[in-house]
Design a protein around this ligand. Structure first.
Ligand SMILES: Nc1ncnc2c1ncn2[C@@H]1O[C@H](COP(=O)(O)OP(=O)(O)OP(=O)(O)O)[C@@H](O)[C@H]1O
Ligand SMILES: [Mg+2]
Length: 369
């Protein structure tokens, strides 16, 4: 859909601000360009609608070299949303949104209907807002109008340059949600510039991380998190995102009500509990819920024929325990060292608090992401 081939840019008597960009953006894809200030995001984006011309290299849209397309014509098919919104102050909302459809000589009845639909989609009811002027809307509402104005002319490509960055966090979050919803419905090719990694991770199909005029990594959000290409990307994703798991405590990831059994019960009772709760291990406790040991399915089966035994006779008492307050990182290390799939968590007095298993760990870590 959009292809950058070895694109460089040098502004008048300046440095090379783009150093050979190669990028392919697929139809219907929402890609986010992200990177530090001055890395060339806006420059890259503005080349797509020829607000900036490359110094060398080629940009193709639908296989056509855009340097051969009339810029005005090109721009009619590319929606553009910028941070400063750019609504015309002397036009009411309906006319603001209709600017490009009119330029494109679209049928009035069809674009008017479309405008109403779009306004509904972002929660601004036409009967209430159509006749208002931009100054009579909040910043977030103006920004919504900016977004749907870019959609109204049915462009196949939409460029969005930090469109939500001037908004308060709540409006920004809402607009991100709306963009995701809109994108499901209208499926445009969207190039979205951001400097906010959380925003990029939330909305993008693909994230293109730039630095100093170069693309460092271009990948899905998930692969960026899992396999950051280098320390720059790692830092950009945010130390905290990675380290959040270090601040997690074992109590955050344990199952708080594991299957326990009183130590004087017989083996048949233990077997029944295992079957009932589909577990292979029972935590054996005394009347004060002090953890005394564990019994595994194998241990039970081995001794099962001896009807006089109780669980405390066959349990393994010298088991690894971790204390409440141990970090998850240390807990995982302990499990690894002892080759355990699970480990019991106890309080200071030895009372059972919970059980960490591989699956409880994974569940908890997924919730963190
Ligand atoms: N019209 C211009 N003339 C000269 N230099 C420019 C011009 N526009 C941008 N630059 C320079 O090109 C480089 C890239 O700018 P660009 O606006 O693409 O960065 P950006 O990644 O969008 O940054 P930001 O996050 O601050 O918006 C910067 O060093 C900037 O100073
Ligand atoms: Mg910029």
């Amino acid at each position: 859909m959009i292809q950058f081939k070895n694109v460089t840019k040098k502004y008048k008597n300046g440095n090379l601000v783009l150093k050979g960009i190669n990028l392919e953006i697929k139809e219907g894809e929402l890609i986010t360009l992200i990177g530090p200030s001055g890395c060339g995001k806006t420059t890259t984006m503005k080349m797509i609608n020829r607000l900036v011309e490359p110094t060398s290299g080629q940009i193709l849209v639908d296989g056509k070299d855009i340097s051969k397309i009339d810029p005005v014509e090109l721009r009619r098919n590319i929606g553009y949303v910028i941070q400063q919104i750019g609504l015309f102050p002397h036009m009411n909302i309906k006319n603001n949104i209709a600017v490009v459809p009119k330029l494109k000589k679209m049928e009035k009845s069809s674009y008017e209907k479309r405008i109403e639909q779009l306004m509904e989609m972002v929660g601004l009811h036409p009967e209430q807002y159509s006749e208002r002027y931009p100054s009579e809307l909040s910043g977030g509402q103006q920004q919504r109008i900016g977004v749907i104005r870019a959609l109204a002319a049915e462009p196949s490509i939409i460029l969005m340059d930090e469109p939500f960055s001037a908004l308060d966090p709540i409006s920004r979050d809402q607009l991100q949600d709306e963009l995701i919803r809109l994108q499901v419905e209208v499926k445009k090719t969207i190039v979205f510039v951001s400097h906010d990694m959380d925003e990029a991770l939330k909305i993008a199909d693909r994230i293109v991380i730039m630095k100093g005029g170069e693309i460092i990594q271009s990948d899905t959000p998930d692969r960026i998190i899992r396999r950051p290409k280098n320390d720059f990307v790692r830092n950009f994703i945010g130390e905290n995102r990675m380290n959040e798991s270090e601040n997690l405590m074992v109590e955050d990831v344990m199952v708080a009500n594991p299957v326990t059994v009183f130590l004087t019960r017989g083996l048949a009772h233990g077997a029944k509990l295992m079957k009932q709760y589909r577990v292979n291990t029972l935590l054996v406790t005394d009347q004060h819920r002090i953890l005394k040991g564990i019994v595994t399915k194998e241990m039970l089966e081995e001794q099962y024929r001896n009807e006089d035994l109780t669980l405390q006779d066959i349990m393994k008492a010298d088991i690894v325990r971790v204390q409440i307050g141990t970090s998850v990182v240390d807990t995982v290390e302990i499990m690894k060292q002892h080759g355990l799939n699970s480990v019991a968590v106890v309080q200071g007095n030895g009372q059972l608090a919970g059980l960490v298993t591989n699956s409880s760990l994974i569940d908890a870590l997924l919730k963190q992401m």
